[in-house]
Design a protein around this ligand. Structure first.
Ligand code: SAM
Length: 213
């Protein structure tokens, strides 16, 4: 995703600590208390400009959503969207998901969304893919036993890699969809990338996977 320098980003982070949570590791194991309810928590990794997480939060007011994004100039755009919409069931975290275990306790999360994650096509960059086994180890730890990973992408290479990585890790594949928009799922909330790629006629792949315990 293109990142333009945003001179207002630091001020936004300082002034909107109720939306983009500073020192988020301190909330580990206490996220429900932050939201002030006992609703399930869904996490999106690589939230981008926040269209998906805002849409989901509006559609599902009884679910708490946490978006993690490592680019400052991008997370502040998601933050503005969440703030403008007045959504109290969304929190954002400006952090690299490689350190996910610092943010969440065991079994704290119900669903993890990976939407149009960077594909890192070169083999030597495989460990940066969000479905590399080191990420799966962290997802397994923080997800509840009945929790799941939902992955959407336009990238066939990343999709194939992820299916193999999930299978090698022993995850159960609950859904493998090779053309999401062909089935017209009325509950599907589109991300920015999803809108862009499906407008060009590209198929969108979706998979739902669960750790077997
Ligand atoms: N999910 C959005 C969508 O579908 O429109 C954005 C997709 S964009 C291709 C991928 C996003 O993931 C970028 O905003 C990038 O900064 C973020 N990202 C990539 N690796 C990440 C990581 N390890 N931790 C947190 N965010 C990450």
């Amino acid at each position: 995703m293109r990142q333009r320098h945003k001179p207002w980003a630091d001020d936004f982070l300082k002034e909107n600590t109720h939306v983009i949570i500073p020192n988020a590791a301190e909330k580990k194991g206490k996220w429900q208390a932050l939201f002030g309810n006992d609703h399930p928590i869904h996490v999106e990794i690589g939230t981008g400009k926040g269209q998906f997480i805002s849409g989901m939060a509006e559609q599902y007011p009884d679910i708490n959503f946490i978006g993690i994004e490592l680019a400052k100039s991008i997370i502040v755009m998601a933050g503005s969207k969440v703030k403008e919409a007045g959504l109290d069931n969304v929190s954002l975290v400006y952090q690299d998901a490689a350190d996910l275990h610092e943010l969440f306790a065991e079994n704290e999360i119900s669903v993890i969304y990976l939407n149009f994650s960077d594909p890192w096509p070169k083999k030597r960059h495989a460990k940066r893919r969000l479905t590399f086994h080191t990420f799966l180890e962290q997802y397994q730890h923080i997800l509840r036993p009945d929790g799941e990973i939902v992955l959407k992408t336009d990238n066939q290479g990343l999709f194939e890699y992820s299916l193999v990585s999930f299978s090698q890790f022993g995850l159960k594949l609950k859904e493998v969809n090779l053309d999401l928009h062909d089935i017209e799922d009325p509950e599907n909330v589109m991300t920015e990338y999803e809108e862009k790629f499906s407008a060009k006629g590209q198929p969108i792949y979706r998979c739902r996977a669960q750790f077997s315990r």
